[in-house]
Design a protein around this ligand. Sequence first.
Ligand code: GLU
Length: 337
Amino acid sequence: MSSRPTDATPAWGEGFPAGLDADAAERVGAQLRELYRRHAGAATDGVVSFYPPEAAARRETFGLSGVHVGGARISLGDCRERFPLHSISKVFTYALALEDNGRAATLRRIGVEPSGDPFNAIIFDEAQNRPHNPMVNAGALVAASLVRGDDAGEKIDRLLQRLRVFSGNPDLGVEPEILDQQLDSNDRNMAVSYLMRSLGMLDGDLEANLSVYLSACSVTVTTDELAMMGATLANDGINPLTGQRAMPSEHVRDVISVMLTCGMYDAAGQWFYDVGIPAKSGVSGGIVAAIPERIGIAVYSPGLDVHGNSARGVAVCRDLSTHFGLHLFTPSHEPAS
Ligand code: GLU
């Protein structure tokens, strides 16, 4: 598969990676293209499922994009293919819940402990009477309920407005077909919602709240847009290209922290051990990563591993991390290749 940079991609090397001259930047670009080609050609052994099953028809789809906080970008492969955010939306719903309610009030309602269980598990932090964290469905449903707005429509509009600033795409929207599909297979989220209401963790109109949560899941993006969303998080909440603020600076650290500890389903520990960067995945096969003050990365490839993470996405991020020394605990004396 060849690399297909977007029209708007600024010349690789213009300020990225910081401190590198044009020759060195070109070498890094060549290494990235080579890494992309290797993973595009590799067998995806770990793939056990697709969501929905029809996504199997796109098993070879593979987009990889990176945006430096300085604004320069690289886009490889199927970087313009649209896919739904699904669980990746939880990051941004949580950001807005924090903005609307503040840290202490949000923390009273949603914990920040990795659950170690699947994203849709019907389990809660019983001691504190709240969902374990905002990256599992239970926590995201409470986060959706904390978003300010008179009704579901207003909440969805406010969420969309933020997602548009994060991505830099003013047309970002909910894909109705995907939303319908989600509404048709929603029993488990309903069950979690009703159970949470019976326990006093959630209140109000549960169906309206589900439509907020599922609308956020049904927003479609490209890896170019998603990498920009990651770069906005990495850039203290300011979109590096438009200069617009997408969320308050004071909550960026909170959001990135839960990505780091809870972002990769029940493989969050293994991910941190191997890859070591804050990230969030979704069942459509997307992954967004944000490395503060450095870069946003997005991958899309729909084949899922046993944890529900994109198998190719995990493999390519592991390689990127090793190759460029991106793990947060890479010793400074260990030179990146
Ligand atoms: N819309 C999906 C659900 O709530 C999202 C799941 C995910 O990406 O983990 O079931």
